[in-house]
Design a protein around this ligand. Structure first.
Ligand code: PLP
Length: 230
């Protein structure tokens, strides 16, 4: 069994050090615990150790877990991180407060049509590593995409999300993270309605310190908290 409390303490320490190294305030960096494949009992341990943001990848897997926990822990924010099919949008919006994986106009339209009184918070997923197997919009098309989405009254774009390239050397992810940061700076200047880039969601177990040094303020961490996935 992983010692979740100790793992979280170690990660928070590493986040602090990485933030301080680049002259940033560690408190501005949100830690998302990624719980795909992790059973409810271990997720509960993470919540009891102070986790308030949790990410899942698949609606089907997440549904029973969220339903088991949300009443007891109403202050937890649930993030959808995985690829979302349009026919799962209704369910996803019932479960998640924020969808981090919006990567097409068709998906955005589907979300737009599922009215929620407070609007739906999304991040735009960007394929910064240009790996064919990855989801996400090509970086060059993000500005045009946002110009269209900014007319959607029910969607609030809160930031950008990317997944670094699969590589042994975490430094290999740096160019991807730089690309996302530059893109976010470009978008802020446009001052589009319904678009406020509060979050740069980048960095996972193997590369979160590099992501922080490039401006990440939302790291998504699974294995370093819960151990290797089987
Ligand atoms: C699995 C996953 C993570 C967490 O990855 P770890 O390597 O376990 O930290 C983060 N983001 C997304 C989108 C994921 O699918």
């Amino acid at each position: 069994m992983p010692d979740i409390k100790a793992n979280l303490e170690a990660i928070r320490q590493r986040i602090s050090i990485a933030a301080q190294k680049s002259g940033r305030n560690p408190e501005e960096i949100k830690l998302i615990a990624v719980t795909k494949t992790v059973p409810v009992e271990l997720i509960e341990q993470a919540i009891q150790a102070g986790i308030v943001d949790i990410g899942e990848n698949r609606v089907q897997e997440a549904k029973p877990k969220i339903e088991a926990l949300k009443q007891k822990y109403p202050n937890v924010t649930w993030h959808m991180l995985g690829h979302l099919q349009r026919n799962k949008v209704r369910q996803a919006l019932d479960l998640f407060a924020i969808i981090q994986s919006v990567d097409s106009e068709r998906l955005a339209k589907e979300i737009e049509h599922r009215l929620r009184p407070e609007g739906t918070q999304i991040l735009v997923e960007v394929n910064t590593s240009k790996e064919a197997t990855k989801y996400g919009l090509p970086p060059d098309s993000v500005v045009d995409f946002l110009k269209k989405i900014s007319n959607f009254g029910n969607i609030n774009v809160r930031g950008l999300m990317t997944i670094g390239p699969l590589a042994d050397d975490p430094e290999a992810a740096r160019p991807s993270f730089i690309r996302l940061r530059k893109l976010s700076e470009e978008i802020r200047k446009l001052d589009l309605p319904n678009v406020s880039i509060a979050y740069l969601s980048m960095g996972m177990t193997d590369d979160f310190e590099i992501a922080i040094s490039e401006g990440s303020n939302m790291v998504r961490i699974g294995r370093a908290i819960f151990g290797e996935r089987r």
